[in-house]
Write a protein that binds this ligand. Structure first.
Ligand code: GLU
Length: 422
């Protein structure tokens, strides 16, 4: 199969994503031509656009939107603002969205986008101007039936509101369904903000049941204290878990007796980091991954658990809140150690699932109660978890390969039955 990825460099997310896909293709004995279509049939859009900064200077930013697949429905996936955003990573993250939507069995393809920038060094006004200009640049591609952005690393409901507003101005009328993860006042769904974490927690609950671990009193370490990390830590502590370690990009904290998560959030809001929070010892990000806990939630960015540190991971369950946190070599090491890895395309699928609920509510102009959202999310996550577990057990493969097998087969069927134009 011609791939565009010749040798696997595990520091490259695109290579990692391809390795993971290829494992599933081999297990499924998929036709090589069809596999090539599924891996490469994407559309990539590169934009370079000017923004006036607060000091009056003009800066040109690089932005990307990749639609990896539309076989099962409109392209779907977040937009991130981060210094490392580039075309290669955006392609990989778009592919992960295709498989994630297929695992969750929601009627979307996969997409991802981003702007290469450091949001920590930008004012609110600069962030708004970058967002609006980027939206204008990608406006021909997006739309409620074409491609629907959502929050990702360093973007949030406010950014989605600016995207919706800019797109709506261009159309001449309000188009709620063009983005998900919007503020509730603009047609966002109740429960969307915490949805990714809520899904992570449902998947952890099922993994604990499968492994015979009591969730109440289980010890947890969480890497990342953004949307996914913070809500995961909060929800797990509300369920009676002991969150002993939390870290962010600037450092981490450890308290064997359990961290007070709301107090830690209050500290982080002021200080801009969890590092240095009172009543806890300081640790760094690599120490956090190696803590002696039952459950580890990597909820920061890709490439964190690698062949260098995987042997020192002590957790029994790794629930991937982030996209792509574990490299293939690390996966093999964790597998040999008997660690139960809930892969990203399953563990963090709750975010895009509630995005789907939001899109449905926008389409129907009929809004659901929070309890309905969580109940439906629970049922979709639980079903997906057990479909994947079943494939893993029947085929004697790990959960990631099983999740990919489920996803790739679903997209392959859609592609085949649609046929190949012309
Ligand atoms: N950025 C999230 C993810 O990686 C959510 C995507 C969405 O809701 O479209 O899954």
């Amino acid at each position: 199969m011609s791939t565009g990825v010749e040798a696997c460099d595990e520091s490259k997310l695109l290579d990692v994503a391809y390795m993971q896909f290829r494992n599933a293709v081999q297990q499924l004995a998929l036709d090589p031509g069809l596999a090539d279509v599924l891996w490469r049939g994407s559309r990539s859009y590169i934009v370079e656009f000017p923004v006036r900064m607060d000091d009056g200077r003009i800066r040109v930013f690089n932005g990307y939107r990749v639609q990896h697949s539309t076989h099962r429905g409109p392209a779907k996936g977040g937009i991130r603002f981060h210094p490392n955003v580039d075309l290669s990573d955006t392609k990989a993250l778009a592919a992960l969205m295709t498989w994630k939507c297929a695992v969750m069995n929601i009627p979307f393809g996969g997409a991802k986008g981003g702007v290469q920038c450091d949001p920590r060094a930008l004012s609110l006004g600069e962030l708004e101007r970058i967002t609006r200009r980027f939206t204008w640049e990608i406006a021909p591609l997006i739309g409620p039936e074409q491609d629907i952005p959502a929050p990702d690393v360093s973007t949030n409901a406010q950014v989605m509101a600016w995207i919706m507003d800019t797109y709506s101005i261009l159309q001449g009328y309000t188009v709620q369904g063009v983005v998900t993860g919007k503020p509730v006042e603009l047609g966002g769904s109740l429960g969307r903000e915490a949805a990714t974490a809520q899904g992570v927690v449902y998947s952890i609950r099922e993994a604990c049941l499968a492994r015979g671990i009591d969730l109440e009193g289980a010890t947890v370490a969480v890497q990342g204290f953004g949307n996914v990390g913070w809500h995961s830590a909060r929800l797990l502590s509300e369920l009676g878990c002991r969150i002993v370690g939390v870290s962010d990009v600037d450092g981490g904290v450890l308290n064997e007796k359990g961290l007070d998560i709301p107090a830690l959030k209050a500290y982080e809001r002021e200080a801009g980091t969890v590092a240095g929070a009172p009543g806890a010892a300081g640790i760094d990000n690599s120490e956090l991954l190696q803590l002696d806990v039952d459950i580890l939630v990597p909820a920061a960015i890709e490439g964190q658990i690698t062949k260098e540190n995987a042997a020192r991971v002590k957790a029994q369950i790794v629930a991937e809140g982030a996209n792509g946190p574990t490299t293939p070599s690390a996966d093999a090491i964790l597998g040999d150690k008997g660690v139960f890895v809930i892969p990203d395309i399953l563990a963090n699928g709750g975010g895009v699932t509630v995005s789907y609920f939001e899109w449905v509510q926008n389409t129907q102009k009929l809004f659901w109660q929070q309890e309905d959202v969580n109940m439906r999310l629970d049922s979709i996550m639980t079903r997906a978890f057990h479909e994947v577990l079943d494939i893993a057990q029947r085929n004697k493969v790990d959960m990631r390969t099983a999740a990919y097998m489920l996803a790739v087969q679903r997209v392959a069927r859609a592609a085949e039955v649609r046929g190949f134009f012309p």
